[in-house]
Design a protein around this ligand. Structure first.
Ligand SMILES: [Zn+2]
Length: 312
């Protein structure tokens, strides 16, 4: 952007970089020194506007191409990651299924044994009540009337005996016709057992938390970055229109080395192994490098004017 040629109102030219910081101001024309320049207006002039927009588009396309290449390179890695997460969740669901089955079995068994215990206690209670009643009936005898008691006392005793006998007769009648009437000899249980399968399985999410993310910016080239290659997990090579190739530490973003030698834009890079690589340039050469050496090891001259990507 800095090297863009901007046409001044006086038809002289100036580089963008001398004007960009003055955008809010009026400055003296540093070329003809005859007039003031409103920098913002100057940038708005049709020819300049066109040049600036054109360069902005080029820069944007450059960023886009780099990211597109990165995305295409990492496409398989992304898919693999999706599959990995999916497999991980399936594994967890398989385990959870077995756990839920065991838990369900235990719940059912616990409930069943609780029911058995309740019935046992209830049966025993009813039985002992019945025994008590039987004993009462078996041992029942009316009270004898003493011969020497007066008539009033005799009537009172007779009345008591009659009442007591009537009560027991009534009770016997009930037991014989419908045993449940007296003491509910019934066994029933309300079915209020509830379960929620969603809750039993619970929340399941992948353990591996690998995500595609931007790790940093590599700052150092003076012109377009036209190509790059990952050497291994830690290092990356980039070729630029500034005629150089740079070796970077991927994690820290530090430029480890700059390879000089090409006389024009570096357009393409090709890795041979973790140390050796080739570079192609608009200077019509291919150069052979080792990342541990400063100078290129060999230069091949290419006759065709233009070539794009090449692969070994
Ligand atoms: Zn001027």
């Amino acid at each position: 952007m800095d090297d863009l040629i901007i046409i001044l109102p006086c038809e002289y030219e100036a580089q963008f970089k001398y004007l960009k910081n003055e955008e809010q101001n009026e400055i003296n024309c540093s070329v003809c020194k005859n007039h003031m320049i409103d920098v913002r207006e100057c940038f708005e002039m049709t020819r300049n506007k066109f040049t600036i927009k054109q360069r902005e588009l080029e820069l944007e396309m450059n960023d886009f191409s780099i990211m597109r290449k990165d995305f295409i390179t990492k496409k398989d890695e992304l898919k693999l990651n999706i599959r990995k997460k999916s497999d991980d969740v399936i594994n967890q669901i398989d385990c959870r299924r077995e756990e839920v089955k065991l838990a369900m079995n235990k719940l059912i068994d616990d409930y069943y044994f609780d029911l058995l215990e309740t019935i046992r206690i209830r049966t025993s209670n009813i039985e002992s009540n019945l025994d008590q009643k039987l004993q009462e009936i078996e041992q029942y005898e009316i009270l004898n009337i003493a011969k020497d008691s007066d008539i009033t006392s005799k009537i009172e005793l007779l009345t008591n005996n009659l009442d007591q006998t009537q009560k027991l007769t009534e009770s016997l009648k009930k037991l014989l016709t419908d045993p449940n009437q007296d003491d509910k000899i019934e066994f029933y249980f309300s079915n209020n057992y509830k379960y929620n399968i969603d809750e039993m399985f619970g929340r399941i999410e992948p353990d591996s938390n690998v995500q595609y993310k931007k790790i940093g910016k590599l700052i150092g080239h003076n012109d377009f970055v036209s190509c790059f290659e990952s050497i291994n997990k830690d290092k990356i090579l980039s070729g630029s229109s500034d005629k150089t190739i740079k070796l970077w530490n991927k994690t820290t973003g530090e430029c480890l080395k700059t390879f000089y030698g090409h006389k024009d834009s570096v357009n393409t890079l090709c890795l041979i192994n973790d140390e050796e690589f080739l570079s192609g340039s608009f200077d019509r050469t291919i150069k052979y490098w080792n990342i541990n050496r400063k100078q290129c090891l060999k230069t091949f001259n290419v006759n065709e004017y233009y070539y794009s990507d090449f692969k070994m």
